[in-house]
Design a protein around this ligand. Structure first.
Ligand code: ADP
Ligand code: MG
Ligand code: ZN
Length: 734
């Protein structure tokens, strides 16, 4: 070893402590750093959170000149630059957010050698003026972070990444270090090819995250399932991924309405709001972040306890990357995905406008996703297999690390099935994909089969008494257990591994299971969350007791019972057993006013009842929807607060007066006070008002039709009666 290298080696060790404050390298870090210092092309494949950044940050401090870091996200860059500056390292970024004078400063400091790390967005790198400027800078090496963005087989393809090599080439002959957390063999070869670094030394760490629990559930009544799950993880930090911005907003609101501390995050939000929500999450002012995949790349929060995919993700790579944000501290990390075929169909529709090739790629990625969800094989085994890593299922079984290992599906002897699958691939010369093999096995004649004369094969039709789904499942399991393998060069083609060839000669026992069956659910799960209205799902005994209490209180206060709580509210109480003021406030028709006025007596009754009957109330989840807060209602409340004429409000909103009254009634009946005196005083004299008020005070029911047929009210119009009922309910009940 030359003196220079010895000295550098010592520097590698000392800088770790001196600059970064760490005592030890993790995994391959030291080897990687020494490789790029040699300098040699370096390819780093390491799971999220393992410490890739250090692999280029540290060597940049030792080498002469400045290291360029290409990174796809501006937020990510800023984050890292801040961190480096805090460590006393001069790191800067060059991207579209800088002002002219900031750009000039960055350029000056790059040229005079004071900057050690220059982060550049790929789209800035491709600008001619930047290329011209970089040509004059003394560059030590180039780091391409999130290098999977180069491949359209990755989950995050960025076209500008494709030009990186060409531009680096213009800057001279520079060593490259490429880093990624996700690389199937396909993506890996793509990266190397595109960066022209087939010669690179590859450092691949295991992707296994032993502390993560993987689970897939059928997406059905998903909101209810979600709330239930979150109730079991109350106060813990978590991320919920949704596919659309709209869904993100909707779910964040749903969670807040249901008493969770959640904030949305998506690219459509104002940058300042997005930043605030992210900071609040990092600082634990917010427990749950509901986000599109725009959230999380590079986010380093160690104690995320769960990552939920509310919608099906677009690819297994994306999925794995996102779940990787759970349990970075090595403690509990739960990964739950809600799966529905419907989501897959929706995603396929999104791809409609893409080019034929892109669409086909996206379709295959989705297909993998769907296979994963349906497969009975250990999730961990499947995921690692997807990333080209072998894994012994026993380990996951022992620690019950996934749903399929925790609740294994019934097994059957698969020897003959796998033999048939392998034979089918062999007899068709290992040149076909899954669907064709299934056709051949099941003896289905089509043009394809005919043109290759595959109906002449010995294997043709030998499995015709089993279903198509079963054969597909068998072939996929044969793939995961490595009897078959995918051909890297020909997408979709299945070949037989040496293990498979040995097996075909002398088959041995292999246990298989059947796939999960996910029902085809209709459109959205919403609406079906509530029990049908006339099913008596409620506790009739408690309902009776609540009614009796209502009567007693009404009597004491000398008001009609319906003013206190309406029957549907009592029914809901007898279904969900609210035991705290907060829970009571979640019942439909019960606002905070009612909780304060009447809550205590009802709560103590329910509490006693629950204790006596040993009822566990939390087990039944009510999903409180936020419909009461619709824009229309908010508008009306604001207008009434400003004492705007009701006729004018109706006109502004373009609705009939009667509809406006119905909206107001809904507002009142869900527990919000509204003061309409300014309007009522104008349209009705005091006598009329007192008369109707008196009527409601003594009536058996608040029904309008009952009021209309009452002889005492014959002088009053329906509108007047409704207005007075609103006034009465608002004053008495809320
Ligand atoms: P990746 O880019 O691989 O997802 P990061 O580079 O963001 O991961 O690193 C994840 C975390 O690990 C960071 O908080 C980083 O400071 C920390 N880290 C990296 N290397 C070490 C080390 N050798 N010792 C202790 N912590 C480390
Ligand atoms: Mg990183
Ligand atoms: Zn498992």
């Amino acid at each position: 070893m030359s003196d220079v290298l010895v000295e550098k080696k010592d520097l590698v060790k000392s800088k770790l402590k001196e600059v970064f404050g760490y005592t030890q390298f993790r995994g391959n870090q030291e080897k990687i750093i020494r490789n790029i210092l040699k300098p040699e092309n370096t390819f780093v494949i390491m799971p999220t959170g393992a410490g890739k950044s250090l692999c280029y940050q540290l060597p940049s401090l030792i080498t002469d000149g400045l290291a360029i870091v290409i990174s796809p996200l501006i937020a990510l860059m800023k984050n890292q630059v801040d961190q480096m500056n805090a460590l006393g390292v001069n790191a800067q970024f060059l991207n579209s957010t800088l002002t002219k004078s900031e750009i000039n400063r960055v350029k000056r400091e790059s040229l005079d050698g004071s900057i050690k790390l220059l982060y550049v967005a790929p789209e800035s790198l491709t600008k001619q003026e930047n290329i011209d400027f970089l040509k004059r800078v003394n560059i030590s090496f180039v780091a391409v972070d999130e290098a999977h963005c180069i491949s359209e087989w990755g989950h995050d393809f960025r076209p500008e990444y494709r030009r990186i090599k060409e531009i680096i080439g213009m800057l001279g002959s520079l060593p490259i270090i490429a880093l990624t957390a996700t690389a199937t063999l396909k993506v890996q070869t793509d990266i190397q090819k595109n960066l022209n670094m087939e010669d690179a030394n590859i450092y691949k760490s295991s992707f296994n995250r032993t502390n993560l629990f993987y689970e897939v559930r059928q997406k059905k009544h998903a909101k209810k399932q979600l709330i239930q799950y979150l109730n079991e993880h109350k106060g813990k930090s978590g991320v919920i991924y949704c596919l659309s911005r709209k869904k993100v907003e909707e779910i964040a609101e749903l969670l807040n309405v249901n008493g969770f501390n959640a904030a949305p995050y998506h690219a459509g939000l104002d940058a300042s709001i997005r930043e605030r929500n992210q900071d609040n999450f990092l600082n634990e002012d917010v427990d749950i972040i509901v986000a599109t995949i725009a959230f999380g790349m590079g986010i380093d929060k160690p104690d995320v306890r769960f990552v939920i995919h509310y919608d099906v993700p677009k690819s297994l790579e994306g999925y794995y990357q996102e779940t990787g944000r759970a349990g970075r501290d090595g403690l509990e990390g739960k990964c739950l995905m809600f799966y529905s075929h419907n989501d897959i169909n929706k995603l396929e529709k999104f791809n409609k406008d893409k080019s034929v090739q892109e669409r086909e790629n996206a379709r295959l990625l989705l297909q993998e996703m769907s296979f994963y969800a349906g497969s009975p094989v250990c999730r961990r085994k499947q995921l690692l297999h997807y990333f080209g890593e072998e894994y012994d299922v026993e380990n996951c079984r022992k620690s019950a690390g996934c749903d399929n290992c925790l609740h294994p599906k019934e097994q059957f002897e698969g020897k003959d099935f796998v033999k048939t699958a392998v034979e089918a691939a062999l007899q068709t010369n290992e040149r076909f994909g899954l669907n064709h093999l299934v056709h051949v096995i099941r003896g289905i004649k089509n043009d394809y089969v005919n043109s290759y004369h595959h109906d002449q094969l010995k294997i043709f039709g030998s499995g015709d008494n089993e279903s198509e789904d079963l054969w597909k499942s068998v072939i996929r399991q044969a793939l995961i257990y490595e009897y078959l393998e995918k051909d890297i060069d020909n997408i979709g083609v299945l070949k037989v591994t040496s293990k498979g060839k040995a097996f075909a000669k002398a088959p041995t026992s292999i246990m298989l299971s059947k796939d999960h069956e996910y029902e085809i659910t209709n459109e959205e799960e919403e609406g079906s969350d509530r029990p049908p209205p006339n099913a008596k799902a409620y506790d009739e005994k408690l309902f009776g007791m609540l009614k009796a209490l209502r009567k007693k209180v009404a009597h004491e206060k000398d008001i009609p019972p319906y003013v206190i709580f309406q029957d549907p509210s009592l029914e809901e109480m007898a279904t969900t057993y609210p035991t705290t003021a907060q829970e009571l406030g979640q019942i439909n028709g019960v606002g905070q006013g009612k909780v304060q006025k009447f809550g205590n007596q009802f709560l103590s009754l329910i509490n006693e009842y629950v204790d006596e009957h040993e009822i566990i109330p939390a087990s039944d989840v009510v999903v409180k929807s936020s419909v009461n807060k619709s824009k229309m209602k908010i508008f009306i409340i604001q207008q009434v607060d400003r004492k705007i004429d009701l006729d004018e409000i109706a006109e502004t909103k373009g609705i009939p007066f009667g509809t406006l009254l119905s909206e107001i009634e809904n507002i009142i009946y869900s527990g919000t006070k509204l003061n309409l005196d300014y309007y009522i005083d104008e349209v009705m004299d005091n006598d009329k008002q007192d008369d109707l008020y008196e009527y409601f005070l003594n009536a058996e029911t608040d029904s309008i039709s009952a009021a209309l047929v009452d002889d005492d009210n014959s002088d009053y119009s329906e509108e007047e009666i409704r207005l007075m009922r609103i006034k009465f309910m608002s004053e008495y009940a809320n």
